[in-house]
Design a binder for this molecule. Structure first.
Ligand code: NAP
Length: 458
């Protein structure tokens, strides 16, 4: 069906936004060919590499993505890095339009002394490692310290805390990467300090995630009543908060934690509010985290912000996980707002020098920043896809010079790229599931590219 009358779209990034964009385009415009590229040999983005292994239910969304990939109009081309194997110009030559759905692939920094000491890690690295993401397969995390700190009050921080506090028995029925399961089996971590710079009303985590901390088989949760009682300014803010019910339920849960006596479980999770990390100290590796107490004051944006009181505390910790948000780094050759970590855009149309670049779009975290849950990406991707179709119908998209699928394949083959097809992925998927079933696990992941290619060759 290839021909210039057929709308040809490249989607860069095989995570939720990429799949949802493909689905929406397909529903709205049947005369379509979509090529969905991913730099990894595997699809699903953060659903495979970010969602915690003990949250298998969230991963069930891959069944939706599988249905989208089964459509003959949609091709998956894994192991193709746009910016390296294919340039922005190559994509223009082969497609009417490109949707960049590349996510946010690095972490925000704290900007405090000692941040680069051994034992100070980005939570995103730890997440990638325990989820078997190939980029993190060579990382190691020394879990011999008894006390660790996790900085941040979002759902990623909660994931990290929960994985550190889980029993090996609980994790051994998940798809956690094998090296991580081994390291966690011998973990000596006993105290986990989760630190938020503002109060509970401003916490970024959601209700079920907070509640789960109270349901851990071998961990008690400790909170300080004085830190979870909202100050008058937070009480006032709560009344008009967009996510008021989430904040109210979180506070109820925190009160229940405060009221519950410790049961002598092996591990303790300390949730601390109104404290900021000031310095990570140690000779050669993390030994201490200096934190400063905060109060909340009105910020210039109308929200309450943390202000130091001058009071300090030192926590003796051997590991620090910095979980203060992901950051997008964009795509080589495309504009980037480095502060926000997004490609500048107007509702999804890429903006270059302030004007829309016809034929280039963004969806997901690289469009709006690292917010929301998997499902948030569905309306976000639909908004982008609708603008693309509007531009196509208005004749604003230039016809590609080489619109045949085979031309893209030839280009990649000529550059020595071993494209992983959907059929290849289905074989890898089946092997992972078979290896996992033998161990009573949903799958045993391949964590390195060479292992995946060896399995495909065998
Ligand atoms: P997040 O929700 O934006 O949370 C970031 C946290 O870091 C906030 O508590 C923030 O506090 C804090 N922070 C930022 N800068 C800081 C600093 N300099 N010092 C101390 N604290 C600082 O980000 P995330 O946890 O990385 O999650 C990303 C997205 O993925 C979120 O939408 C999240 O809900 C989603 N996610 C969902 C799940 C799930 O559904 N189970 C799991 C994982 C992730 P302030 O508010 O004070 O800035």
């Amino acid at each position: 069906m290839t021909g210039t009358s057929v709308l040809r779209v490249a989607i860069v990034g095989g995570g939720p936004s990429g799949f949802f964009a493909a689905e929406h385009l397909r529903k709205q415009h049947p005369a379509l060919e979509v090529d969905l590229f991913d730099r990894l040999p595997t699809p699903y983005g953060l659903v495979r590499g970010g969602v915690a292994p003990d949250h298998q239910k969230i991963k069930a969304v891959t069944r939706v993505f599988d249905r989208i990939a089964a459509d003959p109009a949609v091709r998956f081309l894994g192991n193709v890095t746009v910016g390296k194997d294919l340039t922005r110009e190559d994509l223009r030559r082969h497609y009417h339009a490109v949707i960049y759905a590349v996510g946010a692939n690095t972490d925000r920094h704290l900007g405090i002394p000692g941040e680069t000491l051994a034992g100070s890690h980005a939570a995103t690295d730890f997440v990638g490692w325990y989820n078997g993401h190939p980029d993190y397969a060579d990382r190691s995390f020394d879990l011999s310290a008894e006390r660790v700190a996790v900085v941040g009050m979002g759902n990623v921080a909660i994931d990290v805390v929960r994985i550190l506090a889980s029993t090996p028995e609980a994790l051994s029925t998940t798809d956690i990467a094998a090296p991580a399961l081994e390291a966690l089996r011998t973990s000596r971590v006993r105290e986990i300090w989760m630190l938020g710079r503002r109060g509970p009303v401003q916490a970024a985590f959601t209700n079920p995630e907070l509640r789960e901390l109270g349901e851990m088989a071998d961990a008690d949760v400790v909170v300080r009543p004085e830190e979870i009682t909202p100050d008058p300014a937070s009480e006032a803010a709560l009344a008009v908060l967009e996510h008021r019910h989430t904040a109210e339920r979180n506070i109820e849960t925190l009160r229940a934690f405060a009221a519950k006596p410790r049961s002598g479980r092996r591990r303790t999770i300390h949730l601390r509010f109104l404290c900021s990390p000031l310095e990570i100290a140690g000779s050669g590796r993390v030994e201490q985290l200096v934190i400063g107490r905060n109060r909340l004051v009105p910020g210039s944006d109308g929200n309450l912000r943390a202000e130091a009181t001058g009071e300090r505390e030192t926590l003796d910790v051997g590991l620090v996980f910095r979980s203060v948000g992901y950051l997008g780094t964009g795509v080589p050759g495309l504009p980037l707002d480095a502060r926000k970590g997004i490609i500048p855009n107007d509702r999804g149309r890429v903006l270059e020098n302030g004007a829309a670049a016809p034929g280039e779009y963004v969806a997901g975290w690289i469009k709006r920043g690292p917010t929301g849950v998997v499902g948030t990406n569905k309306p976000d991707a639909a908004e982008t896809a609708d603008l693309l179709l509007e531009d196509f119908e208005a004749g604003r998209l230039a016809a590609p010079a080489e619109p045949e699928r085979a031309a893209v394949d030839r280009c990649l083959a000529g550059r020595g790229v071993r494209v992983v097809t959907w059929a290849d992925w289905q074989r890898l998927d089946a092997i992972e599931r078979t290896r996992g079933a033998a161990l009573g696990r949903p799958r045993l992941k391949f964590t390195r590219r060479p292992e995946m290619f060896a399995a495909l060759a065998s």
